[in-house]
Design a binder for this molecule. Structure first.
Ligand SMILES: [Zn+2]
Length: 246
């Protein structure tokens, strides 16, 4: 393939822009805020789930507390009724003894139920504390998430600006190159890890970093300036520059 030396030089500029674009795309993919954002989102969502569970536990406990308190009330009402009957003096001797023994067992029952109420109240307090703690943690996670979301947007916007600028430069340059040279470069770039054209610097291929041997150097020296050179070792396009050491 033949190409004007100036076009061969432009190919190196194009390669530099393409490599820069590859780096920018890599930075965009691996922006630390992306991983941070994903981790915070997971944490915020876990905390939301825990809060839902905690709120459910709270409402179950509230129901349990109401039930226990109603049980105590029921026993208390019954005992009151018994005491009134007792005090009215209208009960016979047998009924009197029955009332007294019932009052004793009601007192015991009331004390047991009051213990249950206290125990439930302790659990209610623990559940309230847990919900309050989770709420604080969720608020902190959501504040972090908002901060990282903004920082991620800034980071992406700045990279996108650089990418847009480099892309427009790249497109202008590509439009100036002969179609066959550009097509060969694109093909090799896709094939060889993003590098399709490389300068020769101090008799070394900048694409694969191998030093050219003497027969390669001689071949290159003998080649016409318009000849598009390829490196035998890495197959990339080789471009001669003033630093080639030929
Ligand atoms: Zn090479």
């Amino acid at each position: 393939m033949q190409a004007a030396p100036a076009d061969q030089q432009r190919l190196l500029d194009l390669q530099a822009l393409d490599s820069k674009l590859d780096q920018l795309a890599h930075r965009r993919r691996t922006l630390p805020q992306l991983a941070e954002h994903a981790a915070l989102q997971t944490r915020a969502s876990q905390l939301r789930d825990l809060l839902v569970a905690s709120a459910t536990a709270q409402s179950d406990l509230a129901r349990e507390q109401r039930k226990a308190e109603a049980d105590v009330d029921q026993v208390r009402t019954r005992a009151e009724r018994d005491r009134k009957l007792l005090e009215s003096g209208s009960a016979g001797a047998r009924e009197l003894s029955n009332l007294q023994s019932e009052l004793e067992s009601l007192a015991k029952r009331q004390s047991d139920l009051e213990d249950i109420v206290l125990e439930v109240m302790e659990r209610v307090e623990a559940a309230d504390n847990r919900t309050a703690g989770l709420t604080k943690r969720r608020e902190a996670a959501e504040a972090d998430l908002a901060r990282v979301t903004a920082s991620r947007a800034d980071g992406l916007a700045s990279l996108d600006k650089d990418i847009a600028f480099a892309t427009s430069q790249r497109d202008l340059l590509a439009a100036q190159l002969p179609a066959d040279l550009l097509a060969l470069y694109e093909k090799l770039r896709a094939q060889y890890g993003g590098i399709g054209a490389a300068a020769i610097k101090q008799r070394r291929c900048e694409g694969c970093r191998l030093e050219l041997d003497i027969s390669e150097v001689n071949e290159i020296r003998a080649a016409a300036p318009d000849t598009v050179l390829r490196h035998d070792s890495c197959r990339r396009i080789l471009v001669r520059t003033p630093e080639s050491g030929l």
